[in-house]
Design a protein around this ligand. Sequence first.
Ligand code: B3K
Ligand code: ZN
Length: 858
Amino acid sequence: MTHPTPQTIHLADYKPFTHLVEKVDLTFTLSPSATKVKARLALAPNPARPGRHALRLDGEGLRLVSCTIDGAEVAPKLDPTSLTVPARLLPKRPFILETVVEIAPEANTALTGLYMSRGMYCTQCEAEGFRRITFYPDRPDVMSRFKVRIESKLPILLSNGNPVRRGKASAVWSDPWPKPSYLFALVAGDLVSHSAKYTTRSGREVVLNIWVRRGDEDRCAYAMDSLIRSMRWDEEVYGREYDLNVFNIVAVDDFNMGAMENKGLNIFNSRYVLASPETATDEDFARIEAIIAHEYFHNWTGNRITCRDWFQLCLKEGLTVFRDQQFSGDMRSAAVRRIEDVMTLRARQFREDAGPLAHPVRPDSFVEINNFYTATVYEKGAEVIGMLKRLVGDDAYARALDLYFDRHDGDAATIEDWLKVFEDATGRDLSQFKYWYTEAGTPRLNVTDHYADGVYTLTFEQENPATPGQPEKHPKVLPIAVGLLNPNGDEVVPTTVLEMTKARQSFRFEGLAARPIPSILRGFSAAVVLDRDTPPSERAFLLAHDTDPFNRWEAGRALAKDVLRRMVTEGAEPATDWLDALAHLVLDETLDPAYRALALRLPGEDDMAQTLHSAGLVPDPDRIHAARRRMGDALAARLGPRLPRLIDDLADAGPFTPDAKAAGRRALRVAALGLLSRLDGGAAAEAAYARANNMTEEIGALSACLDVGKGRAQLDLFQARWSHDPNVMDKWFSLQIAHAAPAEAARITARLTDSPGFDWKNPNRFRSAIGALSANHAGFHHLSGAAYRLVADWLLRLDPLNPQTAARVSTAFETWRRYDPARRQLAKAELERILATPKLSRDLHEMIERMLGVAWSA
Ligand code: B3K
Ligand code: ZN
């Protein structure tokens, strides 16, 4: 696990593998402490690598039992990460290499490779976990057909592809589709299924199974419904059908991330499968729908067309996120989804892009690839595709995608291949657009305007800030969607996409009778930070009149940020015009409740810290926290007498349904309850908690209580009711920490992480406490340094067992340079303490070095 001299891998060094793997036969004899893996690889020299080459296979933590070539024993060279057979021992023609290795799944705490979770065997191979199962060229461009035999007495034995044979204590699976090793999966356990049937557009009958532990089968209906809707949607919108006779999903409690798209056998963190109204919030339902869709959509964008190398990760991830966002937009309100996606992008990706971990959507070097499953690769990767679609138009996008599937089905492709299909389908030159993939950093777009004699001119200037290792940048191609309104609120120029390609560029609109009010960057048409000195009156006008729902929300958001900023920096009072405008919108019954609930969400504290920092100010977390609370209090006071009625009117009329409409009403209701509790000391929230009959209201009411220093009794009730359910108890942990006062957050976290229920080896539970503490902005950055220390202690404790999760959670520290010298010093000392610890994993080591700004000797 530890790597004293980590190697930097460079995109420029790519070479095809020396051999082709024509067929793979695997036999697993499962045992917790000594699983035997027999691998029979049909190999042939790769014509793309002429000459004679040794055969070097990846392998980590494997005990080699035997190795033969065409049946004859050979003695390969072994080191901690590979097995090499020298060229002189290899036939010049196709040959069979057979290895037998032994591994211990029960001792695998890293949750990559083959491991055990509560008595069940499961695998996680992306990115480089297959090498912990057997010796293999563990890289995505080596694709092969896999046949798998599993020997075990456990009742359910699953692998990729179609089932071939089931014996008394064995099962055989065969996957007809060539795939890279990262898509391999195996599951064995005492599981039960929630099943359904699906007929594809061309008439293929598919059995759908969601496999869970006994007792959980009544919580799979929503995931199954989401899967069926995803399958239909991909046929209708992208013309893509499923291609096996069976599609299996397995829910597992110990999992490093959300889910994994293994061919025909998706493995999910149980938290993104299991849902009932009593246990899952509306947000959980929405996330389950999105992740089920995401993993399913990978079957084409990721599996049928995979990545040539891990630098191309965004090829599958950016595109698949883009597709799942489109799907969610079609299933729910497209405007609400877009606003939520942009909020996530800003909170996670803009933050990453502005700090020491900034990297291009397609990085050109890495030490540990698992550290690059980032918001930049995923969320910015999706935005780049959205920009491309906006530039070429919907029809050309559809043509380009058809060409992509036709041309590259079965390939391990690159970003160059992806852009080439757009060039070929549209005749455009995308060489400048490509900088979106190769250069890091969020462009800043400055706008000025001018009106004279019926001509309105918008002048844009883009600035592309330096990021680590990339001091100089090129201007980006920006699709800027603009609409113009006249002073009555009528749209005089409907949405038009301006294509900006230069550092500075002007666009003219003629024949306008009066100076228009511009609505710029509609639908958030480009992933930039918009800088425009906009008078509050103009923002209020757009908040009331913009016909673009995203920009209408954005106007309110910008107003709120201006107000909060003045409260923080000047000690100002919350502006009454903002309060009036927001109150008006929130009480407007002609608007979608989900949209009104979004408008009520105040700007986040981390977001405000980032905004102040990029304006050259030093953010003070305590002041931001206090100002934001005052902002909420003022809003509560402004809406005061209207709140109880709003809450009553929004009560569920009939039985619970998880659809977007009902969820939107609950979201607004819960937001209103949060405000009301600031006026009545939590009385209404306590009553609402007692009455709540679904998890959304339960959590909403409990949060409202905690925010005003109440809720102790409710926390105890919650714990008594849900102690048997780990996914629900994760909420209990994170809620207390998320709502803790800044000076209390570290102490409360320490108490909870010391309690017997804190199963810290489980990634969900670890994140529910340590992740929640780092997300409590004022608590994490408290001047005592207690939270920095606690998080660092926990990272050091987790790292030897599970480097991937430790490295992921360490991004809590990525913003440390924003703050005052005292906080910077405290955070830096913790990062240096971590770095000085012997035997750090390659994962955590790379992250800490990058955050400290120490470069690897590349
Ligand atoms: N492809 C996986 C992520 C694998 C992460 C490996 N550290 C899930 C997804 O993006 O769909
Ligand atoms: Zn994905």
